[in-house]
Ligand binder design. Structure first.
Ligand SMILES: [Fe+2]
Ligand SMILES: [Fe+2]
Ligand SMILES: [Fe+2]
Length: 424
């Protein structure tokens, strides 16, 4: 992928903005926690580079909060230190080298200080200061009443949290908070600051431009955020990614193109982050309204990736996967002249993977059924005929690669949920 370069922060900021836009109780939670955490880190006099690392961890800290149950827990002022989402957040990020520090901070972001007894992790290493800061910042945000004015929050938050200082929170972090709590700007920052704008110089200085395998690793990590929400789709993105790559290879495109399609496959359903979990996981038939909301996910994929300079081609290939050649797809209703070969490959890869997977209401389909359905859509002018022929003349190879990738990924998913390390 010699020609594709992206700035990691473009991706993080665009994605977390989308995540924070979801209308549930935690709307803007990660944004506010970031604002609180940065003010605390500055108050503690931490080095700028460390503050930057903490800022990224704070922005991403709840990416593992995938289930309804866990999200409900997050909105109550509990001091439970066993939240599964911290471990899942770690599992999502740990393979992306640039975010190793953030993965570790997120792993411990609900750890109790226990008067210093928990200062070291199970490997004997110092728990990063970022974890202690994010923990307090997170509970400050939950202790606030967001229907009330920013400057009315001080007593409410201090009343709720002060009895837990020392037992739950790191004393240096508490000291910084106590001093900040006396200053109006701290409370105003929580609601009105935007770290990515306010600290744009710091972003420019430390954010890294990545290419090649690093883009593959980053997109794979982000695909877990979507896939880990539901056991039935827990490996969907890697299935689409693998079959799209195989079709691209068999269609005669070079390795660089195959890698781009691999990335596009990982990112194709990214916009599902905006779809409420209650709809995604609904047990039973969807209403028309709910169907429309789910169908909007490719619009949101397009929107998120549009802010990432360098991903223009990959964005189109990822985001057009529910379009159809006759213009009957969604959300753009593009016709054949606007749907290039890569977009057509992605349409097929998504359908193949989805049909082969189990769903709550049906088992995964066999070749006969898959071929029957795809052939119908080809005859109806919806899918590319030549690519469908390519798929079915190499079905065992393509489907075999897909299946193996999904089976391996499922082991990682099970490990992420159980908090164990994935088998090598
Ligand atoms: Fe959390
Ligand atoms: Fe949180
Ligand atoms: Fe999709």
């Amino acid at each position: 992928m010699d020609t594709v370069k992206i700035n990691v922060m473009d991706m993080v900021l665009s994605f977390t903005a989308a995540m924070d836009s979801v209308s549930y109780e935690l709307k803007n939670h990660q944004k506010r926690v970031t604002n609180i955490a940065i003010d605390i880190a500055y108050e503690m006099g931490l080095p700028e580079r460390e503050i930057f690392d903490i800022m990224i961890a704070a922005k991403l800290h709840d990416i593992g909060a995938i289930s309804i149950l866990e999200r409900n827990l997050l909105t109550s002022l509990s001091f439970d230190t066993n939240y599964a989402h911290a471990g899942i957040g770690y599992a999502i990020l740990k393979d992306f080298k640039l975010f190793e520090k953030q993965a570790n901070m997120i792993l411990h972001h609900h750890r109790a200080w226990k008067y210093g007894a928990n200062r070291l992790d199970s490997n004997g290493s110092e728990v990063p200061m970022g974890s202690w800061i994010i923990h307090l910042a997170d509970r400050i945000d939950i202790a606030m009443d967001h229907s009330d004015y920013a400057l009315n929050q001080k007593n409410r938050v201090s009343d709720k949290l002060s009895k837990h200082f020392g037992k739950i929170f790191h004393p240096d972090v508490v000291d910084a908070y106590m001093s900040l709590a006396e200053k109006e700007y701290f409370w105003l920052d929580v609601n009105f600051s935007d770290a990515s704008v306010k600290y744009r110089d710091m972003f420019a200085k430390y954010s890294e431009v990545i290419e090649g395998n690093a883009i593959v690793d980053l997109s794979k990590s982000f695909s877990h955020i979507i896939d880990f929400r539901d056991i039935f789709t827990s490996t969907h993105s890697i299935g689409v990614s693998t079959s799209a790559m195989a079709l691209t290879r068999l269609a005669g495109f070079d390795e660089s193109m195959q890698q781009k399609m691999r990335v596009a496959g990982f990112l194709h359903d990214l916009g599902k982050i905006v779809i409420p979990i209650a709809i995604l996981e609904k047990n039973g038939p969807l209403t028309d309204q709910e169907r429309l909301i789910i169908n909007s996910h490719t619009y949101h994929t397009y929107n998120i990736l549009s802010s990432v300079s360098g991903l223009e081609d990959i964005n189109r290939w990822a985001s057009y996967h529910h379009e159809k050649l006759d213009g009957s797809g969604y959300p753009f209703h593009l016709k054949a002249d606007k749907l290039d070969t890569m977009s057509r490959i992605m349409m097929l890869a998504d359908i193949l993977t989805a049909l082969r997977e189990d769903r709550p209401y049906r088992k995964g389909m066999g070749r006969m059924q898959v071929e029957g359905l795809i052939s119908d859509w080809v005859r109806g002018g919806k899918l590319d005929k030549d690519l469908a022929v390519l798929l079915f003349s190499n079905y065992e190879e393509i489907d075999g690669e897909r299946r193996q990738a999904q089976e391996t990924a499922f082991k990682c998913y099970e490990c992420a949920l159980s908090g164990k390390a994935a088998p090598q």
